[in-house]
Design a protein around this ligand. Structure first.
Ligand SMILES: N[C@@H](CCC(=O)N[C@@H](CS)C(=O)NCC(=O)O)C(=O)O
Length: 204
């Protein structure tokens, strides 16, 4: 399978999941301007032009982070990246993936990291941040993971919280989240994924 990625974008979560489960994958970097290394436009793979996008060994083209992460989780051995289907924990995973995607990634971070946001968008996003960070902080207080054990939801949350400094979100105001992010960055799959993408980001 192939994962199309931009260094330190939300596609980092999929790389972490692939490393954690020790799966084989080819990684294709989407270059500035939405081009692929072979010169094709990335929109030929991802109609909206965004990562993550995957091509599976069976020929499935898949976009949307929560769907891509769940696909990878289902390729991994049971319990490595996700709770078993039909369990209550599985629905909690879907809840957190959706929360991170809609309430954090798109509602808070996308406007704060936009280079040309509509007037008032950044103030609106900042106003939303506190309640969402409070909820996460309450969940992770005394717990190492969003679920009972590591899952793709943690990989996605870590990837989004990596953007706090760039977006101007004062993560230190939530010491539980700051501590969780530091511990998560030391997890071998996370450390490896970040170390792989760091030079690519610096060169981009
Ligand atoms: N709804 C998509 C959004 C993905 C997304 O926003 N990706 C960003 C990086 S974090 C991106 O590729 N931006 C480049 C662009 O839109 O041109 C998902 O959940 O996967």
């Amino acid at each position: 399978m192939k994962l199309y990625f931009i260094p330190f974008a939300c596609s980092l979560a999929t790389r972490i999941a692939i490393e954690e489960a020790e799966l084989d994958a080819e990684f294709v970097q989407v270059l500035p301007g939405g081009r692929l290394p072979d010169g094709r436009p990335f929109s030929a793979i991802s109609p909206m032009g965004y990562v993550p996008a995957m091509e599976t060994a069976g020929g499935l083209a898949l976009t949307e982070g929560p769907a891509v992460l769940t696909y990878i989780a289902d390729l991994a051995a049971e319990g490595v990246l996700a709770p078993a289907p039909y369990t209550e924990e599985r629905y909690q995973m879907m809840r957190w993936l959706n929360f991170i995607s809609t309430e954090l990634h798109k509602a808070v971070f996308a406007p704060l990291m936009s280079s040309a946001p509509p007037e008032g968008a950044k103030a609106w996003a900042r106003a939303l941040a506190a309640k969402r960070f409070d909820l996460l902080s309450a969940r992770l207080d005394g717990s190492d993971y969003l679920l009972n054990s590591f899952s793709v939801a943690d990989a996605y949350l870590l990837s989004v919280l990596n953007w706090c400094e760039y977006a101007g979100v004062p993560i230190a105001d939530w010491p539980v989240l700051l501590g969780w992010r530091s511990r998560m960055r030391k997890r071998p799959s996370v450390a490896l994924a970040m170390a792989t993408e760091m030079p690519l980001r610096e060169a981009a």
